[in-house]
Design a protein around this ligand. Structure first.
Ligand code: ZN
Length: 99
């Protein structure tokens, strides 16, 4: 069973407490009527389907009911981090060692 940390409740709880809510950081177009059919299709349906770290939205449906974001490795199914909705997308690039 997956264990997921809610960044609002500050508790790590079983997956059954949560609901997946799609890919995170998908910005709604400012003027949808200005988009072509292909651009609108891409906004609605085209997702990254990443192999490895994937940015996702989750909702704590049996707790605080808040939406939050998570980074989950799709290979290991391990949650790398969770953070509050509206927070900037974390930089996952490797850090240089300060030697
Ligand atoms: Zn919560």
């Amino acid at each position: 069973m997956l264990l997921i940390h809610c960044p609002y409740c500050e508790e790590t709880l079983p997956e059954l407490e949560f609901a997946y809510a799609g890919e995170a950081h998908i910005a709604r177009p400012a003027d949808p009527s200005a988009l072509s059919d292909e651009e609108w299709r891409d906004f609605l349906f085209i997702r990254t389907n990443a192999r490895g770290p994937h940015f996702e939205r989750w909702r704590h449906i049996h707790g605080c009911a808040q939406f939050f974001n998570a980074v989950r490795d799709t290979v290991s199914d391990r949650f790398l981090m969770t953070y509050k909705a509206g927070a900037p997308r974390p930089d996952l690039s490797p850090k240089e060692d300060a030697e």
